[in-house]
Design a protein around this ligand. Structure first.
Ligand SMILES: [Fe+2]
Ligand SMILES: [Fe+2]
Length: 277
């Protein structure tokens, strides 16, 4: 039980790509095609990234010396990629503020949540990262396979999210493989129970905190109403329907023997690499 059947592909290379968002770009308040719901969805994610991804780095880096060979190299590349994502989302979050939004209470709430996570046992912190990296990987796959991604978004903003998505897909198993290495002495059943239990808790918290931040954006636009939340349901479940699209991939995490590379999307990385360069 809980022995991965399809491990990380042997030919996978994790390449940190140095994308830079225009520091002086002007960003409309509802930059996502004038749609406040889509804008709030992406803004809510971005606001949490710098602190969240810093936590991912810490939780994986702590175990770098307990791994060896290829995984150790992949951890170094993972850290570089997440550090670059943090840097660029700090810039993007500055544009959100320049568009007139106050994100200070969202930042404080994210800090509170991340600090709470930091108070847990290091293996639990790693399991939290594993859970959130599964979310980012399946959401990234959903964005990259969307035939009409982010309609109406400025080209360089779309590029930022696609760049981030490629790298999330590429390094999707680094935290997971580190977790497997660190918990190798646990019984397979305990390892499965630990990652699934953490995933259940994190799933609730991840969406709850995203919705909290979206509500904050809606309040600032004076539109935190049931009608807006109906639009949110439509956005998440129907068009483009990210929740509908990630639902099955999300559930696969609970399967004993699951591995992020059960779904091989290396081809997708190659395709977007060409498009972005
Ligand atoms: Fe990232
Ligand atoms: Fe990541």
């Amino acid at each position: 039980m809980d022995k991965p059947t399809s491990p990380t592909p042997a030919n996978l290379t994790i390449t940190p790509r140095d994308l830079k968002l225009d520091r002086n770009a002007s960003n409309a308040r509802w930059w996502h095609g004038g749609d406040p719901v889509a804008t709030a969805y992406f803004n809510a994610l971005s606001v949490s990234f710098p602190q969240g991804e810093t936590f991912f780095i810490e939780s994986v880096r702590r175990y770098r010396d307990r791994t060896e060979g290829k995984l150790q190299e992949q951890i170094a590349a993972f850290i570089q990629q997440e550090a670059a994502h943090t840097r660029e989302h700090v810039v993007f979050n500055r544009l959100i503020k320049a568009a007139g939004y106050d994100t200070s209470s969202m930042d404080a709430e994210t800090r509170r949540r991340v600090d709470l996570a930091r108070s847990r046992h290091p293996v639990v912190q790693l399991a939290i990262t594993v859970a959130l990296e599964h979310f980012t990987a399946i959401m990234a796959n959903s964005l990259l396979t969307d035939p009409k991604p982010m309609p109406g978004a400025p080209a360089d903003v779309l590029r930022l999210w696609q760049w981030h998505a490629i790298e999330e897909v590429e390094h999707k198993a680094v935290a997971y493989d580190t977790f497997l290495a660190v918990t190798k002495d646990l019984s397979p059943w305990r390892r499965w129970a630990l990652r699934c239990q953490v995933m259940l808790l994190i799933s609730v918290q991840f969406w709850y905190s995203n919705f909290q931040r979206m509500a904050d954006f809606f309040r600032q636009d004076d539109m935190n109403t049931p009608l807006t939340w109906l639009r949110v349901i439509k956005y998440l479940w129907f068009t483009p329907g990210v929740m509908r699209r990630i639902f099955l991939p999300y559930l696969r995490f609970y399967r004993p023997g699951f591995h992020p590379w059960d779904h091989d999307d290396q081809q997708l990385i190659g395709e977007f690499e060409q498009r972005l360069s």
